[in-house]
Design a protein around this ligand. Structure first.
Ligand code: GLN
Length: 263
């Protein structure tokens, strides 16, 4: 689907096939929607913000400038988690999603794993509001507990809580690269992108603290930036808390997802 077609489906709430088959004129409301979307796009807003939503593993996820736009490589991470859980065959799976943003990861997991109980946290109140809305839209709100808290505070407050899986697509852009991002990426929330020095500051925090919050055989799954695989591996090894470090590739063959099992 090209950009034009995507905006048409968004403005009319129809599938691409409906649009092609019906070949109908847009109603006046749809015409207005479409023009507004085109205008916002022409002003440099990301396509998904202009349309108001994106697709993530078959779930419709509403997005705006309060949250990061879910990316295809994150879908790969969620698919790997689903595979892993099906393989382990556990009766109830407790999952923590750190920095849930639009709620995409938590929602896709809840949709695909019927026995999953998910806790999704984010330090941004705006993100939690939108993520809750998305979970209701996707009919999985009963299995996701959303909490507006930073990871640091969550770790302190919830020491005894243990998870089978901790997943995160954390901010991982090195702070020195933030100025060179494409213009439309600059429209996304700074807090969702900024990974501090080397880009791995938050990744490191999550790796170090998660080992205490995982059940026996529990696993972490993290998305990482381009060329951060060696750093991530080093951080994981230095904790002495994990085994079975694995990397998964994104669509261009780069190691962009790391998983490890707690010892
Ligand atoms: N969990 C969300 C996503 O994967 C948001 C991540 C973030 O804000 N860094 O898209």
């Amino acid at each position: 689907m090209n950009e034009e077609e995507f905006l048409l489906t968004a403005a009319t709430n129809c599938s691409k096939t409906d649009i092609i088959l019906n070949r109908r004129k847009l109603s006046s409301d749809e015409e207005v929607n479409y023009r507004i979307m085109k205008y916002r796009r022409s002003k440099g807003e990301p396509l998904q913000y202009a349309a108001g939503f994106t697709e993530f593993l078959g779930c419709k996820i509403f997005v705006d400038e309060r949250v990061l736009i879910p990316r295809p490589e994150t879908e790969i991470m969620v698919e790997k988690i689903i595979e892993q859980i099906k393989q382990n065959n556990i009766s109830e799976v407790n999952i923590l999603d750190v920095g849930t943003g639009s709620g995409n990861i938590a929602i896709a997991l809840a949709k695909n794993i019927k026995n999953a109980e998910i806790t999704a946290i984010d330090k941004s109140k705006d993100s939690i509001d939108l993520a809750k809305y998305n979970s209701e839209y996707n009919l999985v709100n009963d299995r996701i507990k959303f909490i507006n808290v930073s990871f640091e505070n969550y770790v302190v407050q919830n020491n005894p809580l243990k998870f089978d899986i901790i997943v995160s697509n954390p901010p991982y852009i090195p702070e020195n690269d933030l100025n060179n991002l494409p213009d439309d990426v600059k429209r996304e929330p700074f807090g969702a992108l900024n990974g501090g020095k080397n880009g791995v500051e938050i990744i490191e925090k999550i790796i170090i603290n998660s080992s205490k919050m995982l059940k026996e055989n529990g696993m972490i799954f993290l998305e990482i930036g381009d060329n951060q695989n060696d750093l991530a591996e080093e951080i994981i090894k230095n904790t002495n808390a994990y085994k079975n470090i694995r990397f998964f590739l994104d669509y261009v063959g780069t190691r962009r997802i790391v998983s490890a099992e707690v010892r």
